[in-house]
Design a protein around this ligand. Structure first.
Ligand SMILES: [Zn+2]
Length: 433
């Protein structure tokens, strides 16, 4: 199938951040065949959302998508209070296969309708998440969250590792599902468990995804336990490599940033989650300056409370300015890069997606310029970061398949999703009684 997408601005996010005005992109068999001005193709299916921007889809580098069920359940609490007294007990009582079945389509619908085309998920029952994601047509990096205590899916870390291994084996060759080894955090996984998880990731050639240095309390705990900071500790046991995805990485010093660069570790920057849980502000401007790969991420919906990458871009652009008292510390173009090609680099898929270039897979979105808040337009990067809403996203393609067109979801059922959200709420409230 051939698809021709027309736009007023094509943000290619290529090496030179080339912008093409009044251009089009031709997609054939899932691949970008042509990008430029004056492209015509007889018989192609035309997507014309003009006035609109055409750009690569957003890449969410760290999330727990099924947590949309807990959206707004427990806000305004400290991370450890939030986790230990609300989220973990709620998870242990209600998260099962059916919970995942009910919540994942809601998360996918939310992500697609705000322009996300790839996400990196760590949660439980990955087989179900993978199956639903595959059917909905999104690109998903998915892992079982392995941790030292019993979880909804595994009675022990051994069982968690076994689930991870069979999941990796089952999905290793899939075109859209990328199995990942997920370890919760240095404070919640023993050294032995981290080493076993690392060994498995390397044996199967998959990424290793972990929360690292999210709070100051974590750094203090790791120092007490191992005599050094989380990044130095992980490096000392040899588990940092170019497939390591470090979520948060808020409390890093200059030397730790250099360790990340030398090992090729990618960082998932969770601006809003870090603000909401008051974890701190990650030194992202320094990471970028020193050449660390950085992508953006909304984290789980319980700590954000949405999965909207447009919203996340604006927060990322603003927080570093006010934190450094310097409005030049991060510009809109750099933020859009983090949300697209930067995220692709963190996940190791920048060779196939993350930019609008001939030969890449067609993971593309259009963003409407017709809203009053988008007029007039001088600079499309500025509008995307400082003015746009996730709901301005009009059409979404993943691997050349149309998942949303003119805001109509093509692979998911909105009525069923809304119905299931009500069932989720009932289940959660009755379990917490
Ligand atoms: Zn997280």
């Amino acid at each position: 199938m051939k698809i021709l997408i027309k736009a007023d601005y094509i943000l290619t996010m290529d090496e030179n951040d080339t912008i093409i005005e009044d251009g089009a992109v031709l997609v054939e068999d899932g691949i970008i065949k042509a990008v430029g001005k004056g492209i015509q193709e007889d018989g192609a299916y035309v997507i014309d959302d003009r006035p609109a921007i055409l750009m690569p889809g957003f890449i969410n580098t760290h999330t727990h998508i099924a947590m949309v069920g807990f959206r707004g359940l427990a806000d305004d609490r400290e991370l450890m209070d939030w986790l230990q007294n609300y989220i973990w007990p709620a998870e242990n009582r209600v998260v099962d296969e059916e919970f995942i079945e009910l919540s994942v389509p809601l998360a996918l619908a939310e992500m697609i309708s705000s322009g996300t085309t790839t996400f990196n998920d760590m949660y439980f029952f990955p087989e179900i998440t993978a199956r639903i994601t595959r059917e909905a047509g999104m690109r998903g990096f998915i892992s079982e969250g392995v941790i030292d205590f019993p979880t909804p899916s595994a009675k022990s870390p051994d069982e968690g590792l076994a689930i991870a291994e069979s999941f990796i084996k089952n999905w290793k060759e899939d075109e859209l599902i990328y199995p990942v080894m997920g370890l919760h955090a240095p404070y919640s996984c023993s050294r032995d468990l981290i080493l076993r998880g690392y060994e498995m990731a390397r044996r199967y050639g998959v990424p290793l995804h972990m929360h690292v240095s999210e709070t100051r309390a974590e750094v203090q705990q790791i120092k007490k336990q191992y005599g050094t900071t989380p990044v130095r500790y992980l490096d000392s046991i040899g588990v940092l490599f170019d497939g390591f995805i470090a979520a948060h990485s808020v409390w890093l010093d200059g030397e730790e940033i250099d360790i990340f660069r030398e090992r090729g570790v990618g960082v998932a920057h969770n601006t809003q989650s870090n603000m909401k849980l008051a974890s701190g502000v990650a030194p992202v401007p320094d990471m970028l300056k020193r050449g660390v790969k950085v992508g953006l991420a909304p984290d789980g919906a319980a700590s954000n409370n949405d999965l909207d990458m447009v919203d996340e871009m604006r927060s990322a652009a603003l927080v570093h300015k006010v934190h450094r008292l310097d409005p030049t510390v991060m510009n809109a173009r750099e933020v859009v890069r983090m949300a697209t090609i930067g995220g692709a680099m963190v996940l190791g898929i920048d060779g196939i997606v993350g930019s609008v270039e001939v030969g890449k897979r067609a993971d593309l979105i259009t963003v409407s310029l017709s809203g009053f808040h988008m007029m007039p337009i001088y600079d499309p990067y500025s509008h995307l970061v400082y003015a746009a809403k996730g709901s301005d996203v009009q059409s979404v393609l993943v691997n050349g398949r149309i998942l949303m067109e003119k805001r109509e979801l093509k692979t998911l059922d909105p009525e069923k999703i809304a119905h299931n959200a009500r069932i989720l709420k009932e289940r959660i409230l009755s379990a917490l009684k």
